[in-house]
Write a protein that binds this ligand. Structure first.
Ligand code: ATP
Length: 411
């Protein structure tokens, strides 16, 4: 299998889209590549030949950290593709996938008991995080305040000197400010309390680094609290990897090694998070995450709503069908020079087909994304999915407690 996102397993060019290579050639190259580099690889699908038929299998590299972007209009297959990549990451040795799931469509990753998929996954419904895992500077924006206003400044100060929402309220009550300012700050913090996403015993990065996929089901959770969870998770994973990397001693074999799994963070509906308080944490992972080993896979139907950095930093772009001019323009503006033709000409039209632009090998490929091994729960929400998610969260709660770890309070 040819591997995107990895140098050295083959030479790459658009010629591979033709699918002209014989099966024997593919097999002998696969065998040689396997023996040389038994590195974690995920099965992505097959190349699309120019006549529309499927050709050689194609995978993606899961050995090195990546920043990937999956784009496509509604119904084009981008959540499905995110699920394919999460399945692949779940199977890879040494990888800890975490899925931020604002639409509740990834619970199917955990519903494969008894099937051939054998993916270990846990769905955490209504995940919670500790209030002090968010930077104090993001609190005014989070609760809808201008940081420059007296009320916003008080909330910022309360967050910088407190470790919980209750402590923030105490700080506000005791603050040297007018009654109006204190009352307004208290009301905004009560709003944050009402979201139910803050808990001193909330999830921490260590909870995600086991041998299973963790799905954070945020369906039914509003954008602001969903952003708070995403910011805490992205920031926590990054900080943990940075401190693990600095504890490890790369200069000598005697030094401790960083033995934790490397996190791959999957974020669906990414425009919601790049437009909220999670933006800073996601930008940090995008721009600096690969050095300490944090990968990000972000999916959106609105690439034009992402900051330029999201497109420019992506080393893998999986582009499904797009029809909005602004979205095609956004991809065109970031189009690499090695891509023959224009993005518009090369975008696919069929659900599940994608143009994959691989910056590592500076090549672009027409790919048919493979079918999911676990259930995809896209489309309209069904009542039954919430019942299952609740049961799955119950098992996470028990499991984390048994391990002495932390879990959310929402059992
Ligand atoms: N690679 C694929 N192979 C087979 N079926 C697919 C594939 N990709 C997508 N589909 C089908 O297309 C449907 C829509 O895909 P998906 O839910 O991923 O769309 P989407 O782009 O995420 O849309 P939305 O933005 O509304 O969530 C899926 O439910 C699935 O039935």
């Amino acid at each position: 299998m040819q591997v995107l996102g990895r140098k050295g397993t083959d030479s790459w060019s658009d010629r591979q889209d033709t699918g002209d290579e014989s099966e024997a050639e593919n097999e002998s190259r696969d065998a040689a590549a396997e023996s040389r580099t038994p590195r974690p690889t995920g099965r992505l699908g097959t190349y699309r030949a120019r006549d529309g038929s499927d050709a050689a299998p194609v995978g993606i590299d899961l050995d090195s950290p990546h920043a990937a972007l999956v784009v496509g209009k509604r119904g084009s297959g981008k959540s499905y593709t995110l699920g394919v990549l999460a399945e692949a990451a779940a199977r890879a040795h040494g990888v800890a996938p975490v899925v931020v799931d604002p639409m509740g469509v990834f619970s199917g990753l955990a519903a494969n008991e008894g099937s051939a998929a054998e993916i270990s996954a846990t769905v955490v419904r209504n995940p919670t995080v500790a209030a002090d895992t968010l930077p104090a500077s993001s609190w005014p924006t989070l609760v809808g305040l201008d940081a420059e206003s007296p009320v916003g400044a008080l909330v910022w100060q309360a967050a910088s000197e407190s470790s919980s929402l209750a402590a923030m309220q105490t700080h506000v009550a005791d603050a040297n400010a007018t009654e109006d300012v204190r009352r307004s700050a208290r009301n905004h913090l009560e709003l944050a309390e009402s979201w139910g996403v803050f808990d001193s015993d909330g999830l921490v990065a260590a909870d995600f680094l086991g041998d299973e996929v963790t799905v954070l089901d945020l369906s039914g959770v509003a954008d602001a609290p969903s952003n708070a969870v995403c910011a805490a998770v992205a920031g926590g994973l990054y900080e943990r990897r940075v401190s693990s990397a600095s504890r490890a001693n790369p200069k000598g074999p005697e030094g401790p090694k960083d033995s934790t799994r490397v996190p791959w963070l999957f974020v669906d509906e990414a425009h919601v998070f790049f437009d909220g308080v999670a933006a800073n944490a996601l930008r940090t992972v995008l721009t600096r995450g690969r050095a300490p080993g944090v990968s990000l896979v972000a999916a959106t139907q609105r690439p034009s709503a992402l900051p330029d950095v999201a497109l420019s930093q992506a080393d893998l772009l999986v582009a499904h069908r797009l029809t909005m001019q602004a979205d095609v323009d956004a991809l065109t503006a970031a189009q690499p020079t090695y891509l023959a033709g224009t993005i518009r000409e090369r975008l696919p039209t069929r659900t599940g087909d994608a143009l994959v632009v691989d910056d590592t090998t500076e090549s672009a490929h027409a790919v048919r994304i493979r079918e999911r091994e676990t259930a995809h729960r896209g489309g309209s929400p069904r009542a039954s999915q919430f019942t299952e998610a609740g049961r799955e969260h119950g098992s996470k709660h028990r499991q984390l407690q048994a391990a002495g770890g932390r879990t959310s309070r929402h059992g």
